[in-house]
Design a protein around this ligand. Sequence first.
Ligand code: CUK
Ligand code: CUA
Length: 650
Amino acid sequence: MKPVTKRTLSLLVGLGLGVAVTGTAWSQDTLQDIMKARGLTQKDILAAAKTYTPSGGRDEYIALSSGGQSGQMIVYGIPSMRILKYIGVFTPEPWQGYGFDEESKAVLRQGNILGKEINYGDTHHPAFSETDGDYDGKYVFINDKANPRVAVIDLHDFETKQIVVNPLFKSEHGGAFATPNTEYVIEATQYAAPYDKKYHPLEKFNDEYRGGVTYWKFNKEKGRLEPENSFTLELPPYSQDLSDAGKGPSYGWSFTNSFCTERYVGGIEKGRPPYEAGCSAKDTDFLHVVNWKKAAELVKAGKGTEINGMQVLPMDVSIAEGILFLIPEPKSPHGVDVTPDGTKIIVNGKLDTHMSVYDFAKIQKAIKDKNFEGKDPYGIPIIPIQDVLHLQLEVGLGPLHTQFDSKKCVAYTSLYVDSQIVKWDFCEGKVLDKISIHYNVGHLMTMEGDTVDPDGKYLVSLNKLAIDRFNPVGPLHPQNHQLIDISGDKMELLYDMPLPLGEPHYVAAIKADKLQPEVRYKSGWNSRTDSKSEYAVRAGREKTERTCDDSGKCKVEVFGSLIRSHITPETIEAEVGDEVLIHLTNLERAEDEVHGFAMYGHNVQLSVEPGKTSTARLMATEEGVFPYYCTEFCSALHLEMQGYLLVKPK
Ligand code: CUK
Ligand code: CUA
């Protein structure tokens, strides 16, 4: 073990790590004792000093992570890597009452498909709302790969407000990505399928199956996506993959990768080679280059066709109007990332060891000069790759995703197969540094690393496999998010954080001071519609009404309140067969004084934050006695915060 030098010690004291119980700094012996006892190196101590956030301390960045198969999102701080919150998005989340109160059920039901409630999602890419290409801290969007949907989360309370269902796609991956002023949120298909809901045999794949990119219009004032003002660009049945929006000189354009441009359809059963072989037979796939600004104008001018309520710009229109082009890209690429200055587009190889850097000015020139090397089978012009490449650089095996630094021309790329992060110069085409991660990195993320103005500083490596990095917890391992210091010339590994909630493909981090979440709602607030609840009640005005209609159906409606340490009403009476609606307003104004509401046997669990009005709905199908109580330990008399629903026989 290396001794602790005077310099390290004074650094630790300076960073506030040296405060001992006695009120004096750790003695050299004490720190060395701890290091010895815990087997810590000097490097460990320095890493701790860079990440440790003292009690009550705050993080510099807030990361919004996808929750993968959980269908939720995860919020954590950087550099402490402390998890702050899960956000229910496509999945019921009982702590937040999400999917249990009527207000949030209304949001989840927006995501119904084929009339069915879909109670999970496969979330991949969070995207912050942007103004002038920089995060503005107002909203975050996230996609669902399994059931093509996009959700809107409002960062004033970190709640999901809206889910839109793509009416054409059956699979997607290239979302959610925001354009530089959040004019649109991009969602691209993955596995091609017919736009309608009918059966189409695989033999008709080339003609009847389709890919596409949907541009969901975002209304910034209302904070909602507007399906009626959104449109989809029809694309060939290639497997479109990730997308990114242009910025600066490339503003108004978007770029979408693809694989399986072989249009291979599987069927080992029918004697064909397996999918993965058939889909990687060719040496190149296509980067789709789209002028979305002009596409939006064309749709406005009536050039679209309505399918399932969505405006679709047919391929022949896009081709005739010169807004859709293809450029070859090396074999089955994965991520596409536009550089912060918007001049270059970086394609990650996946099955190629090279990074391909395309020059947007050269792409523009080729389009202007009509410099095409023919067309794809659908008539889309193909731009010759050698005329628009800035450079190609060999970086290692399995490059997947790229993010950027505050330092000009510096990028970081994840190498899945090599289990490394490579730091490289995309202007000059030089590898600058490599670091090993543990293990098999997918996405990586730098601070505000996909904006026009990245902060650099830290990098998080989102590793697919953890294997031996944590205490074993059975065959299903957590994912491993590794924090890396990128402030110097050499990357330095600082910390491993287990992330135990699905496979969080991507995470984006925003400077914490850009967020100004509220601590309470306006009194009587429906947080999901962001408007005054019609069921709000003021102190002393609580009431219960029972009404019956002509057919003899009866409804008990409670307008109640929650305040330390009392649920009003203390008793609710109903008869078998009644519908019971319990509206509860939290009358507290104090920060963090949340009350919950749970009841025996009815799947009722509300989280009623200060000011909020929430509704529980149940059918009194059985006679009986049903205690209800507050589920948040809110005061010394929390356990007394209870009551009874009494259901009498008819
Ligand atoms: S994807 Cu998972 S590692 Cu969905 Cu962006 Cu690349
Ligand atoms: Cu309110 Cu416990």
